[in-house]
Ligand binder design. Structure first.
Ligand SMILES: [Zn+2]
Length: 111
């Protein structure tokens, strides 16, 4: 676990925030759930947590920080899901119908 003794008492959402702020590269939900050692049932909820986190980061920092999403891309045709308004993983490419989609990645950055 990448947390010290004090941080291990943080809630899941607070831990997410620590990871997304300290990572040197954007993290996917898969990476986050590994870092947090989450069981698969919990890692499904991470997108939900990220949606809440996006709002609370923005509000808490009064717009100075934001949850930044590197958009998913289609591995077959290169389509980029630029229009995604919320953290989620699309199941299908709208252009070529492929299901080989790279997941979105996240970090907290100054605006
Ligand atoms: Zn495609």
């Amino acid at each position: 676990m990448p947390f010290n003794e004090k941080q291990s008492f943080l809630t899941l959402r607070e831990k997410l925030e620590v990871l997304l702020r300290s990572s040197d590269h954007p993290l996917t939900v898969e990476e986050l759930s590994q870092l947090l050692a989450l069981p698969p049932s919990e890692s499904k909820l991470l997108y939900e947590h990220l949606r809440h986190l996006a709002k609370s980061i923005w509000q808490k920092s009064k717009g100075r920080e934001a949850l930044v999403m590197v958009p998913p891309t289609c591995r077959s045709c290169g389509y980029i899901f630029k229009e995604l308004d919320k953290p989620r993983r699309p199941s299908k490419c709208p252009k070529c119908r492929s299901q080989r989609i790279t997941p979105p990645a996240f970090k907290i950055a100054r605006t």
